[in-house]
Ligand binder design. Sequence first.
Ligand SMILES: Cc1cc2nc3c(=O)[nH]c(=O)nc-3n(C[C@H](O)[C@H](O)[C@H](O)COP(=O)(O)OP(=O)(O)OC[C@H]3O[C@@H](n4cnc5c(N)ncnc54)[C@H](O)[C@@H]3O)c2cc1C
Length: 508
Amino acid sequence: MTEIYQKLLNLVNKNRISNNIYVRHAYSRNVDILLQGIPDIVIRPTSVEEISEILKVANEENVAIIPRGGGDCEFGGSKPINNGGIVLDLKAMDRIINLDQDNLLVTVEAGISWAKLNEYLCHFGLYTGCMGPGSGMTASIGGGISHHSVGGGGCAKYGACTNQLVSLEVVLPTGDIIETGSSSNKFTKNPFNRFGNGPDLMGLFCGDNGIYGIKTKITLKVFPKPEYATYKTFQLPRKEREVSANIMMQVRQKGIDVYDLMYIMDLLVRVTTQEKFMPLWEHLKKKRGVIFYTIEANSEQQLEQEVKKLDNIMKNNNCEDLGPEISDGNIAKWHYTEQGHWQFYHNLWGIFPTMQPLSAECFAPINKYPMILDDIDQWDQEHNADIQKIFEITKTRPIVGSGPVVLIDGNNVEITCGFTSFWKYFDGKLHDIIEETNYKLWSSILERVTKHGVQWYMMGDYMSRLMVDIGAYSNEYYQLMKSIKKVVDPNMILSRGKFNFWGDNRSE
Ligand SMILES: Cc1cc2nc3c(=O)[nH]c(=O)nc-3n(C[C@H](O)[C@H](O)[C@H](O)COP(=O)(O)OP(=O)(O)OC[C@H]3O[C@@H](n4cnc5c(N)ncnc54)[C@H](O)[C@@H]3O)c2cc1C
């Protein structure tokens, strides 16, 4: 490794590379408490040329490279799968390259966060539409495109962030640099459109979880932020899962262009109020689930019409309006005017300081989610004996359930579910039983949810291998993904191990 370190040292400023044990440990994890892989080297390039050279060295030396943006992946995607390799941290590449106000396009370096980009755009009355994931305060645009992220707001209207994608500059694992979309024509001066000049090769890099190339430059559509908006929050009646799904379907069937529509279930209302994370709801007589909407318009009149239609749907479904002000419990207003889209999720993920989520985030059709959430309750009961093993040590039961369900453009929702558990180091001792049980339970719940036919968008190392292990891909589909990998990355340098292309022992 010392030799490789020396070679890399010739490529970047010495302050942008480290093999220090503390730095390596800082880059050895993502959000979960289970998956750790300590890299040998961490490097923070500042240009596409540096990245290309780094990849060439990695090929010469047969060392794995793991791209990392904000490091917010929930399935260990942006750290090594086993120990070793080089983490390529893209956060120093966070410049805004060009805002084309005529054509409403922005070009950025891939390491910029959603918050930083939108803070810049708001000075021009613009936004990215889909505001990226709930982790958008730190998560990068490159990570979002690698995951098809949604959740930070605007996804009912604009869909996943890859919907807004116009062009990518990508460093292939071999070190070659390509431009996609309209820029695949080398006579094109500025990117302007995604489709054309042959097949949509850009699609290969969308949701690829960092296996086919390193995104370095990204062009997105941007949108004028409508001047008017209304935010409302309602308490749901009994059978809240079915009622909330009915509301989402009716909103779609009536063609209402809602900006966001989110169902927060009773468990979450109870827990967030109890932990004073959402004191807004303290006065609620019944700690039932809530649903909120946000709608935007270009005129007061248009806004009034749309609000009327939405309120009718809520009324017909026996929902109770919590009131216009934040102090009334109007979480929608709090979420979009005070908390700035993302803060909600950052708080939610850290709600119990000693516990961490082992989560599952997937897409499902609107009409299927009540059944999936019911089955997660059923799973909880079936696994009580295992959950009890953790309780016996920690005296706190891991919390199993679902996070918010968010409407995505078309007929989709984003479901967050899973369980919140403890790390194996508890009360001054290591408890391997906690680790074993966490693994067992996490795999089991992910497999159960997969078998409902959901679609995973963020897969990281864990979910990508689990899909292969449980045989969720057809053989033909999997072989095609693997063949493409072999073409673009003959030495399997990039994100080695994801999707088990080499099998667990990398012997193939
Ligand atoms: C509090 C919290 C809330 C969250 N909410 C949501 C949510 O609402 N919706 C959602 O979709 N996700 C959510 N996530 C998960 C995650 O944060 C997002 O998916 C996010 O888009 C990841 O971006 P990142 O920059 O952190 O990526 P990283 O974790 O750094 O990387 C993600 C993947 O992309 C690869 N990658 C990163 N950058 C590049 C690049 N430039 N080129 C090639 N590959 C790259 C990595 O190797 C990895 O496989 C949440 C996470 C947290 C902690």
